[in-house]
Write a protein that binds this ligand. Structure first.
Ligand SMILES: Cc1cc2nc3c(=O)[nH]c(=O)nc-3n(C[C@H](O)[C@H](O)[C@H](O)COP(=O)(O)OP(=O)(O)OC[C@H]3O[C@@H](n4cnc5c(N)ncnc54)[C@H](O)[C@@H]3O)c2cc1C
Length: 487
């Protein structure tokens, strides 16, 4: 007999959980506070321009393959492999490093600053691969019922990796590379976890293996939102229902069972089982009023940085700019040590630029370009007032124009932006922390908010702030883990 499941939230975690459950015969309904699906994996489409709003590329495509196979459907979107993965430019230099997956092509670019690059990079990646092979299944792809069970699992990790646990990403990169350029480029990936190489544990150097060797990076033909549209179509084929503009704000329960979720208008939703894709820590505090997740306790947890994102359409082409580009300054250590907390870094910000129209002609009118900028900023714990956002955006546009040798400030025909205030308001992200809870050693595995509720036996969590963590492939793994629990 089919069982009713209500999923709160249509982020990638919610959608992939719904798909796994519907393909197993469950009757799935989604409630979503916004007017369309996707959560952070979203899209702005206006005036002929299309922009990815958050994620713009991802790794571990095999997790998507596994999802599709598990649900017995065909892949509803098309991956595009990135090579070069992205480019990196340092302020004050005309050179852009192209991060190719081929080690010889990569090494050619570092001959002046790191003559032994090939040898050092090969040794670095070998260690990253060992860490990946020895930890990923144990720490990322498992449900844990208790902290002792988690610790016991960790003790099965080869003890030769213990020294790495005591180091930062930055320090580990420093063991292999002498030049600041290579150290900075290699450790950039720590920012993808929403922290910096200085406060990210060296265990995450396993990401370099995924990035350069194991899988690489991909995006999706036509824009990342095709992932969401493709999954929603598959869900509709399985008769799943979507109820939009519906924010869950309250609940009812009987003993250890959740019986009703209630929206902002007092409408009640019932099901046999409930999956929460809203932030697992924030929802427990805000809706279930759990003392362990009160405002005071949430503020003491470790959260990721915020993002200032802006989306501009320009009426000219930029042939000199690649699809994915990082523009760094020349004070990396000082910047990274301050970016999470000190708004002063915004005087000379570092940023990422995505040109979606580069390989997707439909994403901008002919002769135009759709640009998406992401600038790491302090979240709302450390900077509450964003009345200066337009000044910051103007300064980034000016810096970008200088560095690419073309003034784009006069050709902007479309402009929209999100500060941490909007990221919080739109998606219920605590303090606008872009990736949710951080991945500090005390907030991963069984130490992260569980994917099952502590009180209600029929309630589960999926997404970035429960296990295993942030990023699109992690959302897919999270759906696999929560379905294992629920079923
Ligand atoms: C700027 C930015 C860039 C990023 N870039 C990348 C990238 O390049 N690659 C990558 O892999 N990852 C990237 N990420 C991370 C990635 O977007 C997230 O890890 C992932 O999308 C999270 O999915 P989720 O399912 O956990 O949650 P979300 O996407 O946050 O979805 C949760 C959903 O729940 C809804 N909701 C919340 N509360 C309620 C409620 N009370 N009632 C009803 N609905 C509710 C929200 O509206 C939302 O739709 C980026 C994130 C940001 C912010």
């Amino acid at each position: 007999m089919s069982k009713k499941v209500l999923i709160t939230g249509t982020g990638l975690g919610g959608l992939s959980t719904g798909l796994r459950l519907a393909s197993r015969g469950y009757e799935v309904t989604f409630v979503e506070k916004n007017s369309k699906a996707g959560g952070r994996l979203n899209q702005i489409k206006k005036d002929g321009f299309t922009f990815d709003t958050g994620p713009s590329f991802f790794s571990m495509t095999y997790e998507f393959d596994e999802l599709i196979k598990d649900c017995g459907i065909d892949m509803p979107f098309e991956f595009v492999e990135l090579d070069p993965l992205y480019t990196v430019n340092f302020r004050g230099s005309d050179k852009s490093y192209r991060l190719y997956k081929d080690v010889d092509k990569l090494a050619e670019q570092f001959t002046d600053v790191e003559p032994d690059f090939k040898q050092n990079f090969t040794a670095y990646l070998k260690k990253c691969e060992q860490v990946y092979n020895d930890t990923v299944d144990i720490a990322i792809k498992q449900n844990f019922d208790s902290i002792p069970q988690y610790l016991k699992a960790l003790m099965t990790v080869n003890p030769k990796h213990l020294p790495i646990l005591l180091k930062s990403f930055w320090k580990q990169a420093g063991r292999y590379f002498k030049s600041k350029e290579v150290r900075q480029i290699v450790s950039l990936i720590a920012f993808f976890l929403g922290r910096t190489p200085f406060d990210t544990n060296a265990i995450y150097t396993l990401l370099s293996h995924i990035e350069f060797k194991h899988n690489g990076y991909y995006n999706v033909k036509g824009g990342m939102y095709n992932v969401v549209e493709g999954l929603v179509k598959e869900l509709e084929k399985l008769n799943c229902k979507f109820i939009y503009n519906t924010e869950i704000v309250d609940y009812k329960h009987e003993g250890d069972s959740l019986t009703v979720l209630i929206d902002q208008n007092g409408n009640e939703f019932t099901a046999d089982k409930y999956v929460i894709n809203s932030d697992a820590a924030y929802f427990r505090g805000k809706v279930f009023n759990r003392a362990k997740f009160s405002d005071k306790r949430l503020s003491k947890m470790s959260w990721t940085m915020g993002y200032l994102t802006f989306y501009i359409g320009i009426n000219q082409k930029l042939p000199q700019v690649e699809h994915h580009n990082y523009f760094l300054g020349n004070n990396y250590e000082d910047y990274a040590k301050n970016v999470m907390k000190n708004p002063g870094t915004l005087e000379k910000p570092y940023y990422y630029v995505n040109v979606l129209s580069k390989h997707n002609a439909d994403c901008a009118p002919e002769g135009n370009e759709a640009l998406f900028f992401v600038c790491p900023v302090p979240n709302l714990i450390f900077k509450q007032d964003w009345s200066d956002k337009d000044d910051i955006i103007d300064s980034i546009i000016e810096d970008f124009s200088e560095r690419i040798g073309t003034d784009i400030s006069k050709s902007v025909v479309f402009r929209e932006s999100y500060t941490p205030v909007e990221w919080q308001k739109e998606f219920n992200l605590y303090k606008g922390a872009g990736l949710g809870l951080s991945h500090s050693m005390l907030q991963i595995g069984a130490l992260r908010p569980n994917n099952y509720d502590e009180k209600f036996k029929n309630t589960f969590y999926v997404g970035a702030s429960t296990i295993p963590g942030a990023g699109l492939p992690m959302a897919i793994i999270s759906s696999k883990l929560v379905v294992e629990r629920l079923v």
